[in-house]
Ligand binder design. Structure first.
Ligand SMILES: [Fe+2]
Length: 278
C-alpha cells in the first residue's frame, strides 16, 4: 500500500455545514466530443456543471466518485479538471473500473486522489474498490485495514464519517449490475458495524439514484453525468432519464441533507438499443 493511498487532505472550512457537489461516472472519452452509447459525454457533463452552478453555487468542494475517464486517458482527466474547476477549485477523485489510478495521479496530482479528507466535524474516507482488469468491485484486506485505521482515528477525534467508493456495497435491484457489487461487502459491513459515527455511504457505478437506510446508515448512489441505466432490470437497459448530480450538506451534528437534480430541460440522445456496456 503506497503512502498516496493513506494520504489525508485537511481542509479548513470555517462553516457549520459542509456543502458538497458529487459528480460521478463522467466517462470522458479520449477526445473531446467522444460518445458513450451515442451520448457526447463532454456535452452532458457541461450541462450538469451548468445546472449545479445555477442551483447550488460555490460548494466547498466536489467529489468525483469514479469512472471519470472512460478508458483512463490522460487527456480525459485534463479536461475533467477544467469542468470540475467550474464548480469548485477544490475537487477530489477516486477510481472506478474505467479509470487508471496512476494516470489520475499523474494528471491531477496525488492531492486530488486522497485516502481521506478531513473537514470540520467530518472525515470523508475515499476507498478504492477497483480491481484492475475487472468490471466488478472489491476492497481487499489492505484497503479494509486502512478503512479501519481511518475509522479508529476518526472516532478518537470524535468526527462523523462519510465513506465514498465507486462500486455499490449493497444490491441495488438490477441483476446485471449487482453481479458487479463489492465482492467483500460482508467484511466491509462487519467493520462498519463497530463504528456508529459512520453516517453515510456514497457511490457511483450504477448510473441511477438511490437513497435509503441500512439501520441508521444512509446509503446513497447518484446518476451519472452521462448515460443512465434503467432501475429494476435483469439485463442491461438504458434509461431515458436526464444526466444529473447530487448535492450534500454535512452538519456538525452528523446529519446529512442531500438530493439529486437532473438536467431535464435539455435533450440528451442515447442509443437505447445498445445491448451492453463495460
Ligand atoms: Fe460508470
Amino acid at each position: 500500500m503506497s503512502d498516496i493511498h493513506n494520504s489525508v487532505c485537511e481542509l479548513s472550512v470555517q462553516v457549520e455545514t459542509i456543502r458538497i457537489v458529487q459528480l460521478t461516472d463522467t466517462h470522458l472519452k479520449t477526445h473531446d466530443g467522444g460518445k458513450l452509447l451515442g451520448l457526447d459525454t463532454d456535452y452532458s457533463l457541461q450541462a450538469v456543471v451548468d445546472l449545479a452552478n445555477k442551483e447550488y453555487p460555490k460548494p466547498d468542494f466536489v467529489l468525483g466518485t469514479g469512472d471519470l475517464a472512460d478508458s483512463g486517458a490522460g487527456d480525459a482527466y485534463r479536461r475533467l479538471i477544467g469542468y470540475f474547476d467550474q464548480v469548485s477549485p477544490e475537487h477530489f477523485w477516486l477510481p472506478g473500473n474505467h479509470d487508471l489510478r496512476d494516470v489520475m495521479i499523474e494528471v491531477g496530482g496525488a492531492e486530488r486522489v486522497p485516502g481521506e479528507i478531513r473537514v470540520g466535524a467530518w472525515q470523508i474516507v475515499m476507498l478504492d474498490s477497483q480491481l484492475p482488469g475487472e468490471v466488478g468491485g472489491h476492497l481487499g484486506r489492505p484497503e479494509l485495514q486502512r478503512l479501519e485505521e481511518c475509522l479508529n482515528a476518526g472516532a478518537e477525534a470524535q468526527l462523523h464519517t462519510l465513506i465514498c467508493l465507486h462500486h455499490q456495497p449493497v444490491p441495488i435491484g438490477c441483476e446485471w449490475l449487482d453481479e458487479q457489487m463489492v465482492s467483500d461487502a460482508d467484511s466491509f459491513f462487519e467493520i462498519l458495524g463497530r463504528y456508529p459515527r459512520v453516517r453515510g455511504l456514497l457511490w457511483g457505478h450504477v448510473h441511477q439514484e438511490l437513497d435509503k437506510y441500512r439501520e441508521d446508515l444512509r446509503l446513497l448512489c447518484t446518476p451519472s453525468t452521462c448515460v443512465q441505466f434503467l432501475p429494476g432490470q435483469q439485463d442491461f437497459a438504458v434509461d431515458t432519464q436526464a444526466p444529473g448530480y447530487r448535492w450534500l450538506e454535512l452538519d456538525a451534528d452528523g446529519a446529512i441533507r442531500t438530493d439529486v437534480s437532473r438536467a431535464v430541460s435539455q435533450i440528451f440522445p442515447v442509443d437505447r438499443e445498445a445491448s451492453g456496456y463495460l
